[in-house]
Design a protein around this ligand. Structure first.
Ligand code: NAG
Ligand code: NAG
Ligand code: NAG
Ligand code: NAG
Ligand code: NAG
Ligand code: NAG
Length: 269
């Protein structure tokens, strides 16, 4: 009797764990599919009925999704011509370890809510049209080891807090609109942390500091240009004024000499 009951219970638990949808994953997928747009219809079976039960063990019916223990664990939706924005509710997929939305045309900000993805190890949002700042809250995803944001329109400063991510082995923010100093905790890491070189930071006009050149060579140039402009304007004004004065004097002298009139002087310039 007891053994039988235990078997029944085990069977019921197995049944639940393989078929019962997680309400958080369902909410996450519903909101993500609403915020993204899929003009080429590449996410063919991303439908509400599948969101309510997206996992069969490690297999998912959803294109680009991988499951683990009945939860969404990986989303690889790169190069699918996706548009739209990243829903903050993506953070409801709390077991997500890898998010790859690279090489699409996604716009809008990187939601700070991604901080609730506490298991996230890979974040690849490269080659999109994302704008706004890099949320400093990403530093709360302690397992992050890949942050690839290259090729977007991301602006503002690189948050110093990202230096707290000790597992970070790939960090690429090249080709964006970032400005300000590169935090030493990322540009010049110490200890046995992986060091990032120029290729992680290049292609941001207003970003400076090691391993990029310091501020001086970039920030001063605009003042040098202004000074040269103002200075040369002033010099040419003085020169032409002087030239006019000299010319007037010469012609005056010539007139005096030619006509021999000593008593009709022009006023001096
Ligand atoms: C969902 O789409 C993928 C790729 O197009 C396909 O391999 C899979 O069989 C589809 N699953 C279902 C349940 O339709
Ligand atoms: C991206 O997709 C296009 C068309 O679907 C394909 O031609 C191209 O090779 C893909 N690029 C990569 C890097 O996978
Ligand atoms: C789902 O995500 C939203 C946006 O981040 C958040 O407000 C909400 O609390 C989350 N729900 C749960 C159950 O975590
Ligand atoms: C991020 O995704 C792009 C394609 O979308 C790929 O080329 C790149 O290698 C990925 N980055 C990392 C660090 O794997
Ligand atoms: C890098 O950090 C070390 C100390 O960890 C410091 O001595 C050095 O001057 C720094 N280099 C640059 C270029 O900031
Ligand atoms: C920067 O480091 C990467 C590996 O992290 C390497 O592939 C690349 O060649 C390096 N680039 C330069 C300019 O040193």
């Amino acid at each position: 009797m007891g053994v039988c009951r235990r078997h029944l219970l085990a069977a019921a638990l197995l049944f639940l764990s393989t078929t019962a949808a997680d309400p958080n994953d369902e909410r996450c997928l519903n909101h993500l599919s609403e915020s993204l747009s899929d003009p080429h219809n590449n996410l063919r079976n991303w439908t509400k009925s599948i969101f309510s039960n997206p996992c069969e063990g490690s297999i998912s019916a959803l294109q680009g999704a991988t499951c683990n223990n009945g939860r969404i664990y990986k989303l690889s939706l790169s190069n699918l011509s996706l548009k739209g924005t990243i829903s903050p509710y993506l953070s409801n997929c709390t077991n997500l370890q890898s998010l790859d939305l690279g090489s699409n045309s996604i716009t809008g900000p990187i939601p700070p809510d991604l901080q609730y993805l506490v298991n996230l190890a890979v974040l690849n949002l490269s080659s999109n049209r994302l704008s706004g700042p890099i949320p400093e809250q990403l530093a709360l995803c302690a397992y992050l080891n890949v942050i690839d944001l290259h090729g977007n329109l991301i602006s503002g400063q690189i948050p110093q807090q990202l230096g707290l991510l000790v597992r970070l082995s790939v960090f690429d923010v090249s080709d964006n609109k970032l400005s300000g100093p590169i935090p030493g905790s990322l540009g010049n890491r110490s200890g046995n942390l992986v060091r990032f070189n120029v290729s992680s930071f290049e292609g941001n006009k207003k970003l400076y500091g090691y391993p990029l050149p310091p501020l001086k060579s970039k920030g001063l140039s605009i003042w040098v240009i202004v000074a040269i402009g103002v200075g040369s304007g002033f010099v040419s004004l003085v020169l032409s004024f002087t030239a006019v004065c000299i010319w007037l004097r010469i012609t005056e002298k010539k007139l005096d000499e030619d006509e021999g009139k000593i008593n009709q002087h022009m006023p001096d310039y």
